[in-house]
Write a protein that binds this ligand. Sequence first.
Ligand SMILES: CC(C)(COP(=O)(O)OP(=O)(O)OC[C@H]1O[C@@H](n2cnc3c(N)ncnc32)[C@H](O)[C@@H]1OP(=O)(O)O)[C@@H](O)C(=O)NCCC(=O)NCCS
Length: 184
Amino acid sequence: MTTTIALIRPSLDWLPAYEHALAQGWSPNTDQDVSREQLEQLRRGPEQFLHDLYNSPTIRLPDGREVPRLPAHDFWISDGEFCGRVGLRFQRGTEELPPTSLGHIGYAIVPWKRRRGYATQALRLILPVARTEGLSRVLITCDDDNEASRKVILANGGVPAGTIPHKARPGHMKLSFWVPTPEG
Ligand SMILES: CC(C)(COP(=O)(O)OP(=O)(O)OC[C@H]1O[C@@H](n2cnc3c(N)ncnc32)[C@H](O)[C@@H]1OP(=O)(O)O)[C@@H](O)C(=O)NCCC(=O)NCCS
């Protein structure tokens, strides 16, 4: 039987567990490895780090550009211990995303908690949050060789929505899927 997970609000209480995961080399972002950079910022000032992580007015893209932060709901994943993160970002009143944002939802599980169905559950748990923001479906993308993420998306009803060339990995594609959100 799969252990049940919970989506929890990022908090100072859980920050030591988040720090531990970074120290093991885990990157909460998947488009760039941010583990070392985040670890340094966290150790400089935990409270400021946590605030900026989810509330800074802008975010830095992998190419270095700063763009405005979209409205978002960010969660950490717990099975009693820290397991990873899942987040929703969106623009109010539309399912469109700016070109700098490839999908509405991103997730990353720490390596030692993988293959337990946690990402599949985490996506299932965040879909109603998207619904409450007026989204009847969300766009999620993954690399063409990310079998695990593709399965997570398909297990949640993902419908293929096309492919685009991968900007950072020549020869690879990004797969897009629309995932329906549950009716209230
Ligand atoms: C992708 C990721 C989130 C999956 O997390 P997870 O909690 O291990 O996923 P689940 O346990 O819910 O597994 C979902 C399915 O993928 C399969 N799977 C998991 N890891 C796999 C792997 N390395 N290779 C192939 N299949 C894998 C599982 O067996 C399961 O298949 P099933 O539904 O047929 O049983 C995790 O590997 C991760 O954090 N990777 C790095 C970050 C990342 O790629 N994020 C997604 C960006 S789009």
